[in-house]
Design a protein around this ligand. Structure first.
Ligand code: NAD
Length: 353
């Protein structure tokens, strides 16, 4: 028996979470769901969108699966998704991107994985507002150390990329490649311009790559990478990226396979893992039993593999793939008329035969 924290989320979250839960249970795998609420709906009750008991539940169970959570613009509350990644040091963002028959897209032969660093880079949150005392002080310091700034009315964001942070993400990428039978890891960077951050990322990536002679190692400058992905995406396998490039390339690659509605994701640390689809809470469709549950169901495939339930993972993946390919019981975004729960039923029928 596995105990897993389930955070249904808000907007379309509860509908797709219920669909995912039923599909996973139909494989026969034994899971006790520790259901926890987070997000705007619990703000009034607990004064925070991420109450301590939700974090405690994930710390206790080590594994969580979550639906999307709305981050209201300008409300002043931090994204629960970002807070979870920080609190639990979930340094890996894993996004497998693959073509599925039955999903309209420009390509039909894509099978790559983005391994995005999740804690450093310009996302570290070290920022100084234009005109603030700290920004002015920092600019003074930089000028005293030889930095040339054409304009001083600048806001400043700092980009830390460390040896330790790079080593652990690159090692994860190679170990993942080995475990999943993949052939090549491509490090993405802009080392020609940012020598001390991206340059470090590239140097450490090459050093780690040498320790994995069975996996091919290569690198690409990020702008060239974008062009290559659009022209020859089939040449790529595992991409390991610093935080910002990983974020941008994930959406670019999602676009190659038919959009965000299909892409699963995982945030993984040394001790904990939180699995969540890439898409958001699509508030305009909430409560209509209309949206596509595939991204969260495919996310559960990653979760099942993570907890060692490979057979159940394969059953869920194959059934979802087949239902999408047949196109008879699919939701509106895939050109069908099925409801969220109807599509889940079709997947369950395939699993239980
Ligand atoms: P979104 O992904 O929620 O929706 C954009 C559009 O994509 C929707 O209007 C819909 O047309 C389509 N879509 C998304 N998921 C779908 C599905 N499962 N089936 C069919 N169509 C689907 O993006 P958004 O509108 O930018 O964000 C809405 C909210 O979600 C925001 O508050 C945002 O902060 C939040 N968000 C949360 C997460 C997360 O919890 N990890 C991720 C992204 C966005």
């Amino acid at each position: 028996m596995h105990t897993i924290t389930m955070i249904p989320g808000d907007g379309i979250g509860s509908e797709i979470s219920e669909a995912m839960r039923r599909v996973v249970e139909s494989t026969g795998v034994k899971i006790e769901w520790d259901i926890q609420e987070a997000g705007a709906d619990v703000m009034d009750k607990y004064g925070t969108p991420l109450p301590d008991h939700v974090l405690e539940s994930i710390k206790r169970n080590k594994v969580a699966i979550k639906g999307p959570i709305t981050t209201p613009v300008g409300s002043g509350f931090r994204s629960v998704n970002v807070a979870l990644r920080k609190e639990l040091d979930l340094y890996v963002n894993l996004r497998p991107i693959y073509s599925l028959k039955g999903v309209k897209s420009r390509y039909d032969n894509i099978d790559l994985v983005i391994v995005r660093e999740n804690t450093e880079d310009l996302y570290a949150g070290i920022e100084f507002e234009e005109g603030s005392k700290d920004a002015i002080e920092l600019i003074g310091f930089l000028k005293a150390h030889g930095a040339k700034m054409r304009f001083e009315d600048a806001g400043i964001s700092i980009k830390p990329i460390s040896i330790s942070g790079t080593e652990r993400i690159v090692r994860f990428a190679y170990d993942y490649a080995r475990r999943e039978g993949r052939k090549k890891v491509t490090a993405v960077h802009k080392a020609n311009i940012m020598k001390h951050t991206d340059g470090l990322f590239l140097r450490v990536s090459r050093e780690i790559g040498e320790r994995y002679p069975d996996i091919e190692t290569e690198d690409r400058i990020v702008d060239n990478m974008c062009m290559q992905l659009v022209q020859k995406p089939e040449l790529y396998d595992v991409l390991v990226c610093p935080n910002l490039y990983g974020d941008i390339l994930s959406d670019l690659c999602a676009g190659l396979v038919g959009g965000l509605g299909m892409v699963p994701g995982a945030n993984i640390g040394e001790e904990h893992a939180v699995f969540e689809p890439v898409h958001g809470s699509a508030p305009k469709y909430a409560g209509q039993n209309k949206v596509n549950p595939s991204a969260l169901i495919l996310t559960s495939v990653l979760m099942l593999k993570h907890i060692g339930e490979r057979e159940a993972a394969d059953k869920v993946f194959n059934a979802t793939r087949d239902v999408i390919a047949e196109g008879k019981h699919v939701t509106y975004d895939l050109g069908g008329t099925a409801t969220t729960s109807g599509m889940a039923d079709a997947i369950i029928n395939k699993i239980t035969g």
